[in-house]
Design a protein. Structure first.
Length: 244
């Protein structure tokens, strides 16, 4: 059952309860539901691939309707992600900021403009060979870090996006996204600059962490190592293409 279905069922049951007990509406309950995630064995047992019938549009529609965590209440627009459907690189950031919340698109503010330039410097673009998403799809108020329960509640959307998109590489922007995806508390300085792997379902995808473009805007010192990371990504892409 999805978080939305649970929410609507709970509201209906509350209403029925009020009607039966007094006829007056009681105080609204602040529920916090999450989507059921099929257990690992479930799909296999039924002989089905749980991503069958999935699509980016379906995932995006569910994200836009999601009330799975408190961020659903404070967002203006969710930003599900955007880019091409068979990306060479999937870029994963932290979560929407003010501009992303206003437009419902990822990385469209100042940091996003820098991200586009960084990608372009190694011949990557959301218009031709990348897909851009975040670990949480709704803006945390005042741009605070997303909370573990929020990233956990949103994780199944990102997982479905990865499974659907099958990117050849994942580029992770910033500490929060890196720590979330790699399930670690290691500092970004230790995580960046080297390839590791992310296993999602039956796929193992090479993953590289780099500094968040917003960190580069705040601190010039990160620009050189970020450029080294981008060059490393480009060389792995070229290797894959047999160009090295
Ligand atoms: N920062 C992020 O991590 N993601 C966005 O979409 C925008 C800013």
């Amino acid at each position: 059952m999805t978080a939305d279905e649970k929410q609507r069922t709970a509201v209906f049951l509350d209403l029925a309860g009020d009607f039966i007990s007094s006829g007056y509406r009681g105080a609204e309950q602040g529920y916090l539901f999450t989507d059921d995630v099929p257990s690992a064995g479930e799909g296999a047992k039924n002989g089905e691939n749980s991503t069958q019938g999935d699509s980016l549009e379906k995932i995006a529609a569910e994200i836009r309707a999601c009330a799975g965590c408190p961020l659903g209440k404070t967002r203006t627009n969710a930003a599900p992600g955007e880019g091409v459907t068979q990306p060479l690189v999937m870029v994963i950031g932290e979560g929407p900021g003010a501009e992303e919340d206003a437009q419902g698109r990822p990385f469209v503010g100042r940091a996003g403009q820098l991200l586009d330039k960084m990608l372009s410097s190694i011949n990557l673009s959301r218009n031709s060979n990348c897909f851009i998403a975040n670990v949480v799809k709704c803006r945390p108020p005042n741009n605070r870090d997303p909370r573990p329960e929020e990233t956990a509640s949103c994780a199944h959307f990102l997982k479905r996006q990865i499974v659907f998109l099958k990117p050849k590489f994942i580029l992770v922007a910033g500490r929060i996204a890196a720590q979330t995806l790699l399930e670690t508390t290691e500092p970004i300085g230790k995580l960046r600059g080297k390839f590791t792997e992310l296993t999602v379902k039956d796929m193992t995808i090479p993953l590289l962490v780099t500094y968040h473009p917003a960190a580069l805007l705040r601190n010039e010192e990160y620009k050189r190592p970020a450029w080294e990371d981008l060059k490393l990504l480009r060389s792995r892409i070229d290797e894959l293409n047999g160009e090295n």
